[in-house]
Design a protein around this ligand. Structure first.
Ligand code: ZN
Length: 553
């Protein structure tokens, strides 16, 4: 039987172990043949279409192993205030004013991604300033880190917040001269979030589809939602199932439920959801419910990741925070482990990693061994040698975000000093020791754009150009391996995708240039041209598939 289409004319990256091929052919959603042009040419028939790379490169499609697809999608409909576009208070206010004009009075205007350090005023906007352009709409804009935000007076009035309102535990409402500035920090933001109406199901399905289309345009055919239930509770499960049933899901999804007491773990279990159960017949390959998320600590940028040694005194000191005492964390991990979930536990500082790892080791019993369960430590940034050894022993996977080094690396130096930062997110050491670090971005925390992420894996450069830990650089092939195969491995899918070998699913990305050749800087100027999921194009920048449809040779 002959191939449906064949890709040649540039290099095909098969995977880290097999290297490059001249051609790959596809049939019935799977790789039919890969190898030299002669070998793959054997599979060509009268109806085989051809895609000419013209010197470009094809790889296994990318896999976003740790992101928040729904939150990212919902954020796309909020006012974009990110520093790439917005660098002045005037521009912030102009965009909020425009959104208010298009929003019925009384409804929320939400903004995301401003960075006060990059604004001309060098400070957060104030409630008063937001009032000037939007007196009749409640407004809440959140900083790029997601940990602080500014509300206007209408929003604070709705939330019942006034100058006498006490700071909630783990948060602060800023006051200057007895007056509210509008700034809400950490858990104080819940005062506002709790009164916002949750998104409707149709809105969530739209967001899931939009997010997926953006990801497809960047080369992704697999992704994850790492905290299902964080925004709208159980309704999020329904939204993902509907997106799958209506074939509006673009990526194969690995779904991780919001654990913690305030998550949906118990409700989901009681509703009959079990790990690994697919959501509906047609969705079987698209939506896997695999994991349970628990938070162990905060972030190293926000001084809330938990460390053995304190942050630099100049940055504020302290050793960060644990979300739970040891006993509560260990009990939760044991419980979810016995229920059969993959544990996907957020831990960034070495002390939090230790707490989590001990919990996983305590859950390890002859009846329910942890080896083979592929439990994960999400982020796992500041991990020590002994912890890495124990992770290998228990088959516990690090799921890092090299993009944190790109976006926050310089801040880490300020907070933790140079040495600890240079040893953070040790990609080369992990690979060398036999770990499978799955590269990801934690979008919308960092931009979902994979090119800075690949670039920083290869250069260890931050966005400001600082090289942090030159010994931890990877080759482009290794970086691509972390973005494809390692992601599939964390999802129990490495025999199905993550490499381009005969029989594997034809999840393929075509990039605009051969990013394995040339200068590292070229990676930042690369874009995805085509993305296939199971042999079907889900993104096609130049209309190549359409132009070739029906052409027989
Ligand atoms: Zn995350």
């Amino acid at each position: 039987m002959s191939a449906e289409f064949l890709i040649s004319g540039g290099r095909i990256f098969r995977g880290l172990n097999s290297g490059f091929a001249e051609a790959v052919s596809v049939k019935d959603g799977r790789v039919l043949a890969v190898g030299t042009l002669d070998e793959v040419g054997q599979t060509v028939g009268a109806g085989t279409r051809r895609i000419d790379l013209g010197g470009r490169v094809a790889t296994p499609a990318l896999n976003e192993a740790h992101m928040h697809l729904l939150a990212y999608g919902l954020g796309l409909s909020q006012v974009n205030l990110r520093a790439e576009e917005v660098r002045s208070l005037d521009e912030v206010l102009k965009r909020i004013a425009a959104a208010a004009r298009n929003t019925p009075k009384g409804q929320w205007v939400l903004g995301r991604g401003y960075d006060h350090g990059e604004l001309d005023i060098g400070r957060h906007p104030t409630a008063e300033e937001l009032d000037r352009v939007s007196p009749d709409h409640p407004v809440f804009i959140v900083r790029t880190c997601g940990h602080v935000g500014v509300a206007n007076t209408a929003a604070m009035t709705l939330a019942g917040v006034n100058h006498n309102t006490p700071n909630p535990e783990g948060g602060a409402i800023e006051r200057k001269g007895g007056k509210l500035t509008g700034l809400f920090q950490e858990r104080a933001m819940r005062l506002l979030r709790d009164i916002m109406p949750p998104p409707a199901e149709s809105q969530m399905v739209d967001a899931i589809e939009l997010a997926g289309r953006n990801l497809a345009a960047l080369g992704f055919a697999s992704a994850s939602d790492m905290n299902v239930g964080m925004t709208a509770g159980m309704a999020e499960i329904g939204a993902f199932r509907r997106a799958a049933a209506e074939q509006r899901l673009q990526q194969r999804m690995w779904q991780v439920l919001a654990g913690n007491p305030e998550g949906i773990a118990r409700q989901a279990w009681e509703s009959g959801l079990r790990p690994g159960i697919a959501a509906g017949a047609t969705a079987e390959e698209m939506l896997a419910w695999g994991g349970m998320k628990v938070f162990g600590d905060g972030s190293a940028g926000g001084l809330t990741a938990a460390f053995f040694d304190p942050y630099l005194e100049s940055a504020g000191g302290g050793t960060g925070i644990f979300c739970f005492p040891d006993a509560a964390m260990h009990e939760m991990l044991g419980h979810y482990h016995r229920q059969g979930w993959q544990l996907d536990i957020h831990a960034i500082g070495d002390a939090a990693i230790e707490q989590v790892l001990i919990g996983m080791e305590m859950a390890d019993t002859p009846e329910a061994p942890i080896l083979g369960r592929r439990h994960r430590i999400e982020h796992c940034g500041f991990v020590n040698r002994d912890q890495r050894r124990r992770m290998l022993k228990g088959g516990v996977l690090p799921v890092p975000q090299p993009s944190f080094m790109w976006e926050f690396g310089d801040l880490y130096v300020t907070n933790l000093g140079r040495e600890r930062t240079e040893n953070a997110y040790p990609m080369r050491t992990w690979l060398h020791e036999g770990h499978h670090p799955a590269a990801s971005t934690d979008s919308p925390v960092c931009s979902v754009n994979p090119f800075p992420n690949l670039y920083t894996m290869v250069t260890r450069k931050t966005g400001k150009g600082t090289v942090l830990g030159a010994g931890e650089t990877l080759t482009v092939e290794e970086a691509m391996h972390c973005y494809t195969w390692c992601g599939a491995y964390t999802q129990f899918a490495e025999t199905e995708r993550g490499t381009l070998e005969p029989g594997m699913q034809a999840d393929i990305a075509i990039f605009s240039r051969d990013l394995f050749a040339g200068e590292a800087d070229d990676i930042l100027r690369t874009q995805a041209d085509m993305t296939f999921r199971g042999g079907v194009p889900i993104f096609d920048r130049h209309g190549e598939a359409a132009a070739l449809a029906g052409v027989a040779d």
